[in-house]
Design a binder for this molecule. Structure first.
Ligand SMILES: [Zn+2]
Length: 321
Protein backbone atom coordinates (compact mmCIF):
# COMPACT_ATOMS: atom_id res chain seq x y z
CA UNK A 1 0.00 0.00 0.00
CA UNK A 2 1.46 3.28 -0.95
CA UNK A 3 -0.14 6.29 0.56
CA UNK A 4 0.67 9.94 0.59
CA UNK A 5 -0.57 12.58 2.97
CA UNK A 6 -3.46 13.58 0.70
CA UNK A 7 -4.75 10.03 0.41
CA UNK A 8 -4.51 9.59 4.14
CA UNK A 9 -6.35 12.86 4.78
CA UNK A 10 -9.02 11.62 2.41
CA UNK A 11 -9.36 8.40 4.35
CA UNK A 12 -9.47 10.22 7.68
CA UNK A 13 -12.18 12.75 6.99
CA UNK A 14 -13.76 12.64 10.44
CA UNK A 15 -12.79 11.81 14.00
CA UNK A 16 -14.79 8.59 13.70
CA UNK A 17 -12.62 7.62 10.70
CA UNK A 18 -9.50 8.18 12.79
CA UNK A 19 -10.89 6.01 15.59
CA UNK A 20 -11.69 3.29 13.09
CA UNK A 21 -8.20 3.46 11.65
CA UNK A 22 -6.74 2.92 15.11
CA UNK A 23 -9.22 0.15 15.93
CA UNK A 24 -8.16 -1.74 12.85
CA UNK A 25 -4.50 -1.26 13.64
CA UNK A 26 -4.63 -2.00 17.37
CA UNK A 27 -7.38 -4.57 17.59
CA UNK A 28 -7.44 -6.15 14.13
CA UNK A 29 -11.13 -6.92 14.43
CA UNK A 30 -11.26 -8.05 18.06
CA UNK A 31 -11.68 -5.17 20.51
CA UNK A 32 -9.80 -5.42 23.76
CA UNK A 33 -11.18 -4.09 27.04
CA UNK A 34 -8.46 -2.03 28.73
CA UNK A 35 -10.24 -2.30 32.10
CA UNK A 36 -10.47 -6.06 32.57
CA UNK A 37 -8.49 -7.38 29.59
CA UNK A 38 -11.48 -9.20 28.14
CA UNK A 39 -11.63 -9.86 24.41
CA UNK A 40 -14.76 -11.98 24.74
CA UNK A 41 -17.66 -9.75 23.82
CA UNK A 42 -18.03 -6.02 23.41
CA UNK A 43 -20.87 -3.82 22.29
CA UNK A 44 -20.36 -0.87 20.05
CA UNK A 45 -22.43 2.00 21.44
CA UNK A 46 -23.99 3.50 18.37
CA UNK A 47 -24.42 7.27 18.65
CA UNK A 48 -28.07 8.28 18.90
CA UNK A 49 -28.01 10.45 15.77
CA UNK A 50 -25.84 8.04 13.82
CA UNK A 51 -22.56 9.91 13.85
CA UNK A 52 -21.98 11.85 17.04
CA UNK A 53 -22.88 11.84 20.72
CA UNK A 54 -22.99 14.48 23.40
CA UNK A 55 -20.10 14.64 25.81
CA UNK A 56 -20.62 15.36 29.52
CA UNK A 57 -19.94 18.99 28.65
CA UNK A 58 -22.65 18.93 26.01
CA UNK A 59 -20.33 19.05 23.01
CA UNK A 60 -20.82 16.85 19.96
CA UNK A 61 -18.27 14.08 19.86
CA UNK A 62 -17.51 11.49 17.20
CA UNK A 63 -15.68 9.18 19.59
CA UNK A 64 -16.36 5.52 18.96
CA UNK A 65 -17.29 4.10 22.35
CA UNK A 66 -17.47 0.40 23.23
CA UNK A 67 -18.90 -1.35 26.24
CA UNK A 68 -17.39 -4.48 27.75
CA UNK A 69 -19.82 -7.38 28.28
CA UNK A 70 -17.74 -8.64 31.21
CA UNK A 71 -16.97 -5.61 33.34
CA UNK A 72 -19.70 -3.41 31.87
CA UNK A 73 -17.30 -0.49 31.57
CA UNK A 74 -16.96 1.73 28.55
CA UNK A 75 -13.78 2.20 26.57
CA UNK A 76 -12.39 3.49 23.31
CA UNK A 77 -9.37 2.53 21.25
CA UNK A 78 -7.56 5.49 22.77
CA UNK A 79 -7.40 4.02 26.28
CA UNK A 80 -3.75 3.46 27.17
CA UNK A 81 -2.38 5.43 24.22
CA UNK A 82 -0.78 8.86 24.02
CA UNK A 83 -3.98 10.11 22.35
CA UNK A 84 -6.11 9.39 25.39
CA UNK A 85 -7.42 12.52 27.09
CA UNK A 86 -5.82 14.74 24.45
CA UNK A 87 -7.83 17.73 23.27
CA UNK A 88 -6.04 17.58 19.95
CA UNK A 89 -8.26 15.68 17.49
CA UNK A 90 -7.03 12.13 16.82
CA UNK A 91 -7.27 12.86 13.13
CA UNK A 92 -4.65 15.58 13.49
CA UNK A 93 -2.43 13.34 15.59
CA UNK A 94 -2.45 10.68 12.86
CA UNK A 95 -1.75 13.13 10.06
CA UNK A 96 1.13 14.72 11.96
CA UNK A 97 2.56 11.26 12.72
CA UNK A 98 2.44 10.40 9.03
CA UNK A 99 4.01 13.73 8.14
CA UNK A 100 6.82 13.33 10.68
CA UNK A 101 7.40 9.72 9.70
CA UNK A 102 7.90 10.67 6.06
CA UNK A 103 9.72 14.01 6.34
CA UNK A 104 13.36 13.25 5.52
CA UNK A 105 14.62 16.30 7.36
CA UNK A 106 12.10 16.18 10.17
CA UNK A 107 9.44 18.75 10.97
CA UNK A 108 9.64 21.67 13.32
CA UNK A 109 6.93 22.46 15.84
CA UNK A 110 6.39 25.71 13.95
CA UNK A 111 5.64 23.85 10.71
CA UNK A 112 3.17 21.63 12.54
CA UNK A 113 1.56 24.67 14.11
CA UNK A 114 1.04 26.37 10.75
CA UNK A 115 0.08 23.34 8.71
CA UNK A 116 -2.39 21.85 11.19
CA UNK A 117 -3.73 25.01 12.79
CA UNK A 118 -2.60 24.11 16.30
CA UNK A 119 -1.61 26.44 19.12
CA UNK A 120 2.17 26.65 19.35
CA UNK A 121 2.29 24.87 22.69
CA UNK A 122 0.15 22.06 21.33
CA UNK A 123 2.35 21.73 18.26
CA UNK A 124 5.42 21.47 20.48
CA UNK A 125 3.69 18.93 22.68
CA UNK A 126 2.52 16.74 19.81
CA UNK A 127 5.96 16.80 18.14
CA UNK A 128 7.72 15.71 21.29
CA UNK A 129 5.18 13.02 22.08
CA UNK A 130 5.64 11.57 18.61
CA UNK A 131 9.44 11.70 19.00
CA UNK A 132 9.01 9.84 22.27
CA UNK A 133 7.17 7.09 20.40
CA UNK A 134 10.01 6.90 17.86
CA UNK A 135 12.49 6.04 20.63
CA UNK A 136 14.21 2.72 20.46
CA UNK A 137 12.67 -0.03 22.54
CA UNK A 138 14.52 -0.27 25.87
CA UNK A 139 14.91 -4.01 25.35
CA UNK A 140 16.54 -3.67 21.92
CA UNK A 141 19.18 -6.37 21.48
CA UNK A 142 22.91 -5.98 20.93
CA UNK A 143 24.37 -5.14 17.54
CA UNK A 144 26.82 -7.57 15.96
CA UNK A 145 28.47 -8.19 12.61
CA UNK A 146 29.91 -5.15 10.86
CA UNK A 147 29.28 -2.07 12.98
CA UNK A 148 30.45 1.41 12.07
CA UNK A 149 31.20 3.73 14.97
CA UNK A 150 31.71 7.40 14.27
CA UNK A 151 31.46 10.73 16.03
CA UNK A 152 30.62 14.24 15.00
CA UNK A 153 30.36 17.60 16.72
CA UNK A 154 27.20 19.61 16.76
CA UNK A 155 26.71 23.31 17.46
CA UNK A 156 29.19 26.11 17.96
CA UNK A 157 31.25 27.44 15.10
CA UNK A 158 31.25 25.41 11.93
CA UNK A 159 34.37 23.34 11.52
CA UNK A 160 35.90 22.85 8.10
CA UNK A 161 37.79 19.72 8.89
CA UNK A 162 37.31 16.68 10.99
CA UNK A 163 40.23 16.09 13.33
CA UNK A 164 41.02 15.26 16.89
CA UNK A 165 44.09 15.58 19.06
CA UNK A 166 45.51 12.74 21.11
CA UNK A 167 43.44 13.60 24.17
CA UNK A 168 40.28 13.06 22.19
CA UNK A 169 39.20 16.68 22.46
CA UNK A 170 39.72 19.79 20.43
CA UNK A 171 40.54 23.36 21.27
CA UNK A 172 37.50 25.61 21.15
CA UNK A 173 35.12 22.69 21.47
CA UNK A 174 33.54 23.73 24.78
CA UNK A 175 30.36 24.95 23.12
CA UNK A 176 30.14 21.97 20.81
CA UNK A 177 28.41 18.73 21.60
CA UNK A 178 29.89 15.41 20.55
CA UNK A 179 27.47 12.85 19.10
CA UNK A 180 28.34 9.22 18.59
CA UNK A 181 26.54 6.98 16.10
CA UNK A 182 26.69 3.23 15.64
CA UNK A 183 25.46 1.90 12.32
CA UNK A 184 24.88 -1.78 11.70
CA UNK A 185 26.00 -2.70 8.19
CA UNK A 186 23.92 -5.86 8.52
CA UNK A 187 20.51 -4.38 9.31
CA UNK A 188 20.94 -0.67 8.66
CA UNK A 189 19.95 0.11 12.22
CA UNK A 190 21.40 3.33 13.64
CA UNK A 191 21.85 4.13 17.33
CA UNK A 192 23.13 7.57 18.15
CA UNK A 193 23.49 9.56 21.31
CA UNK A 194 25.02 12.64 22.85
CA UNK A 195 28.29 11.82 24.62
CA UNK A 196 30.21 13.99 27.12
CA UNK A 197 33.56 13.65 25.28
CA UNK A 198 35.32 11.37 22.82
CA UNK A 199 37.72 9.72 25.27
CA UNK A 200 38.33 6.00 24.92
CA UNK A 201 36.50 5.21 28.15
CA UNK A 202 33.39 7.07 26.94
CA UNK A 203 33.37 5.38 23.54
CA UNK A 204 33.96 2.02 25.19
CA UNK A 205 30.96 2.47 27.48
CA UNK A 206 28.69 3.20 24.50
CA UNK A 207 30.04 0.28 22.47
CA UNK A 208 29.75 -2.08 25.44
CA UNK A 209 26.14 -1.10 25.93
CA UNK A 210 25.11 -1.66 22.32
CA UNK A 211 27.33 -4.35 20.80
CA UNK A 212 28.49 -7.88 21.42
CA UNK A 213 32.29 -7.38 21.08
CA UNK A 214 33.07 -11.06 20.36
CA UNK A 215 30.90 -11.06 17.24
CA UNK A 216 31.35 -7.44 16.17
CA UNK A 217 33.66 -6.27 13.41
CA UNK A 218 34.23 -2.67 14.29
CA UNK A 219 34.80 0.00 11.64
CA UNK A 220 36.00 3.42 12.81
CA UNK A 221 38.12 6.35 11.75
CA UNK A 222 41.61 6.77 13.15
CA UNK A 223 40.66 8.59 16.33
CA UNK A 224 43.34 7.47 18.83
CA UNK A 225 40.64 6.71 21.41
CA UNK A 226 39.70 3.64 19.35
CA UNK A 227 43.20 2.16 19.25
CA UNK A 228 43.21 0.12 22.46
CA UNK A 229 39.46 -0.27 22.39
CA UNK A 230 39.47 -1.87 18.93
CA UNK A 231 41.36 -4.90 20.24
CA UNK A 232 38.37 -5.88 22.35
CA UNK A 233 36.38 -6.65 19.20
CA UNK A 234 36.40 -9.58 16.78
CA UNK A 235 38.22 -7.25 14.39
CA UNK A 236 38.84 -3.54 13.99
CA UNK A 237 39.36 -1.74 10.69
CA UNK A 238 40.04 1.95 10.37
CA UNK A 239 39.83 4.51 7.62
CA UNK A 240 41.71 7.79 7.51
CA UNK A 241 39.45 10.82 7.17
CA UNK A 242 42.37 13.24 7.24
CA UNK A 243 43.96 11.69 4.21
CA UNK A 244 40.56 11.57 2.46
CA UNK A 245 40.78 7.84 2.44
CA UNK A 246 37.24 6.74 2.93
CA UNK A 247 37.44 3.09 2.02
CA UNK A 248 40.21 0.68 2.91
CA UNK A 249 40.08 -3.10 2.98
CA UNK A 250 36.32 -2.88 2.66
CA UNK A 251 36.12 -0.72 5.79
CA UNK A 252 34.18 2.46 5.42
CA UNK A 253 32.54 4.93 7.73
CA UNK A 254 30.42 6.32 4.90
CA UNK A 255 27.24 5.00 6.45
CA UNK A 256 27.76 7.07 9.54
CA UNK A 257 28.90 10.05 7.46
CA UNK A 258 25.66 9.91 5.50
CA UNK A 259 23.67 9.75 8.69
CA UNK A 260 25.46 12.75 10.19
CA UNK A 261 25.10 14.80 7.02
CA UNK A 262 21.34 14.25 6.98
CA UNK A 263 21.12 14.94 10.70
CA UNK A 264 22.94 18.26 10.43
CA UNK A 265 20.84 19.35 7.47
CA UNK A 266 17.77 18.76 9.58
CA UNK A 267 19.05 20.31 12.80
CA UNK A 268 20.22 23.45 11.03
CA UNK A 269 17.73 23.65 8.18
CA UNK A 270 14.48 22.49 9.74
CA UNK A 271 14.97 23.18 13.41
CA UNK A 272 17.52 26.02 13.06
CA UNK A 273 19.15 25.09 16.30
CA UNK A 274 18.57 22.39 18.86
CA UNK A 275 19.85 22.81 22.39
CA UNK A 276 21.98 20.10 23.95
CA UNK A 277 19.22 19.32 26.41
CA UNK A 278 16.78 18.35 23.63
CA UNK A 279 19.28 16.82 21.24
CA UNK A 280 18.78 13.21 22.31
CA UNK A 281 15.11 13.33 21.35
CA UNK A 282 15.95 14.53 17.86
CA UNK A 283 18.56 11.82 17.58
CA UNK A 284 15.90 9.25 18.48
CA UNK A 285 13.76 10.61 15.66
CA UNK A 286 16.63 10.39 13.23
CA UNK A 287 17.64 6.93 14.29
CA UNK A 288 14.07 5.81 13.77
CA UNK A 289 13.77 7.24 10.27
CA UNK A 290 17.20 6.04 9.20
CA UNK A 291 16.65 2.56 10.59
CA UNK A 292 13.28 2.25 8.85
CA UNK A 293 14.32 3.87 5.57
CA UNK A 294 13.36 0.78 3.56
CA UNK A 295 9.79 0.86 4.86
CA UNK A 296 6.93 2.82 3.33
CA UNK A 297 5.66 5.96 5.02
CA UNK A 298 2.50 4.13 6.06
CA UNK A 299 4.49 1.28 7.60
CA UNK A 300 6.56 3.80 9.50
CA UNK A 301 3.45 5.61 10.68
CA UNK A 302 1.83 2.39 11.86
CA UNK A 303 4.99 1.44 13.67
CA UNK A 304 4.97 4.74 15.55
CA UNK A 305 1.30 4.28 16.41
CA UNK A 306 1.96 0.78 17.72
CA UNK A 307 4.54 2.29 20.04
CA UNK A 308 2.09 4.82 21.44
CA UNK A 309 0.57 2.16 23.64
CA UNK A 310 1.48 2.01 27.28
CA UNK A 311 4.24 4.56 27.05
CA UNK A 312 4.48 6.81 30.04
CA UNK A 313 3.48 10.42 29.47
CA UNK A 314 6.58 12.54 29.81
CA UNK A 315 4.99 15.93 29.40
CA UNK A 316 1.63 17.22 30.39
CA UNK A 317 -0.47 18.57 27.60
CA UNK A 318 -0.90 22.34 27.58
CA UNK A 319 -4.35 23.69 28.37
CA UNK A 320 -6.48 25.08 25.58
CA UNK A 321 -5.21 22.89 22.76
ZN1 LIG B 1 -13.95 -5.22 30.63
Amino acid sequence: MSTNLLELADRLRTEADAYEYLEELRWAGSPYCPHCGSVRKHYFLKPANGSSRKTTRGKDSERRVWKCADCRKQFTVLNGTIFHGSKIPVRKWLLVIFDMASAKNGMSAREIERKYGLASKSAWFIAHRIREAMKREPIAGLLSGRVVADETWYGGKPSNRKGHDSRGSRKGQHDRTPIMALVSRETGEVRSQVIPDVKGSTLRAVLRKHTDPASTHLHTDQLPSYRALGREFASHSTVDHEGHEYVRDGATTNHAEGYFAQLKRSLDGTHHHVSREHLDRYLAEFDFRYTTCKQTDTERMNRIISRTTGRRLMYSEPAGA
